[in-house]
Design a protein around this ligand. Structure first.
Ligand SMILES: Nc1nc2c(ncn2[C@@H]2O[C@H](COP(=O)(O)OP(=O)(O)OP(=O)(O)O)[C@@H](O)[C@H]2O)c(=O)[nH]1
Ligand SMILES: [Zn+2]
Length: 355
């Protein structure tokens, strides 16, 4: 398969090291297992491991490949096994904080161009949550589109009201309403899928992601799409494919981690999402204004003048607090480094055991 069809474009081409592209093949990571990977070779998934060099030099999760990454690789044994030598620079990166540990994070996927943030007209419609997803997406350098599912469940006046609410909060965002049942709006979604671009679906459980994926990929049955193959050492592995190549050459990434997206490193995303509030904060009397009780706080003034809504203000303050806490927690950072060291050791140990 042509790597262009899988999303390898000029952005990556400009960052290719000629000495490496002569010696290695360029391939895309389609799935991450516990301590191994699947990468693409001629429309086939191949079991892959990283070099010892990657393992020993890694000092954060960012140094390991993740789903969607482009890598330099070498294939062996009739393309049944591969070794990943290096990760090619990333256009975008989606990561999440690890539950319980403040400064530790996990990579979810790389090189996504557009995230579909899905919410239904049913019970999971929630503007605050939508805003939160938007922060995550902005933080990852990914452009968002909001998809409102289950349009069949709500009368027109209700749908219009919700659409207007979103437009007020997020004036520049594209919004598409659709139904997986009546198929209303599905073609609109298909129309914005650009060949060679990579997408992902974010949204709560039950919002209709799997059903949408099946509708976008026609006869593709998601639940049963497991890949079972022998790795280089004759072991059988079963992996659910996490990167789907659609008919029109658009790519959709759907990883288990994406489904658990919740708490994310949000600082730059906050600035992007709450632009008008951040701009106001530059007019606060004090540099270190917390915008909660200070005299001369431009944000509190705007709140009083009803220029910004109470809800939006509270969400802003809450997210700011979380970020400040993350940045402050030095001891947690130390702990994180230790944990990360342990993880590397266990991967290396497993690797050696298998030899
Ligand atoms: N009425 C209606 N029901 C829908 C629509 N889309 C999905 N559903 C139903 O909603 C339920 C959840 O849909 P899924 O596609 O499994 O939702 P999901 O977001 O993938 O959920 P997780 O796999 O838990 O993350 C299923 O019973 C679907 O049949 C829709 O457009 N309209
Ligand atoms: Zn202030």
């Amino acid at each position: 398969m042509n790597i262009k069809k899988l999303g390898f474009d000029k952005w990556f081409l400009d960052r290719i090291d000629a000495s490496k592209s002569d010696n290695y093949e360029i391939s895309r990571v389609t799935a991450v297992n516990k301590d191994s990977f699947q990468i693409m070779k001629d429309a086939k998934q191949v079991f892959a491991e990283v070099t010892g060099k990657i393992l020993f030099n890694a000092d954060s999760p960012k140094d390991f490949p993740t789903v969607g990454d482009w890598v330099y690789a070498r294939f062996y044994d009739n393309d049944t096994f591969a070794v990943i030598h290096e990760v090619i620079p990333r256009k975008s990166l989606l990561k999440r904080k690890t539950a319980g540990r403040k400064n530790e994070y996990q990579l979810i996927a790389a090189n996504i161009d557009t995230a579909f943030i899905i919410q239904s007209f049913g019970s999971d419609y929630n503007l605050r949550r939508l805003e939160r997803y938007l922060v995550i997406v902005n933080e990852g350098n990914i452009s968002p589109v909001v998809l409102l599912s289950k349009s069949d469940l709500a009368p027109e006046h209700e749908r219009n009201r919700k659409l207007d609410d979103i437009k007020i909060l997020m004036p520049n965002i594209e919004i598409i309403e659709f139904s997986n049942i009546s198929l209303y709006g599905i073609n609109k979604i298909k129309d914005i899928l650009i060949p060679g671009k990579t997408y992902c679906l974010l949204g709560s459980s039950g919002s209709g992601k799997t059903t949408l994926l099946n509708n976008l990929s026609n006869d593709y049955v998601f639940e049963t799409n497991e890949v079972r193959e022998k790795d280089g050492k004759g072991r059988h592995t079963t992996t659910r494919r996490q990167l789907i190549h659609l008919e029109n050459d658009a790519v959709i990434i759907d990883t288990p981690g994406m489904r658990e997206l919740g708490n994310i490193d949000v600082s730059t995303g906050i600035n992007e999402t709450f632009k008008e509030i951040v701009r106001l904060s530059e007019q606060c009397l004090y540099n270190n204004c917390t915008h909660t009780n200070e005299n001369g706080c431009a944000i509190l003034q705007a709140l009083q003048d009803k220029v910004i809504s109470q809800e939006r203000y509270q969400n802003f303050v809450k997210m700011n607090k979380e970020t400040a806490y993350n940045e402050m927690s030095y001891f947690e950072k130390r702990k994180k480094d230790k944990n990360f060291g342990k993880l590397c050791k266990s991967i290396i140990k497993n690797k050696q055991k298998r030899k």
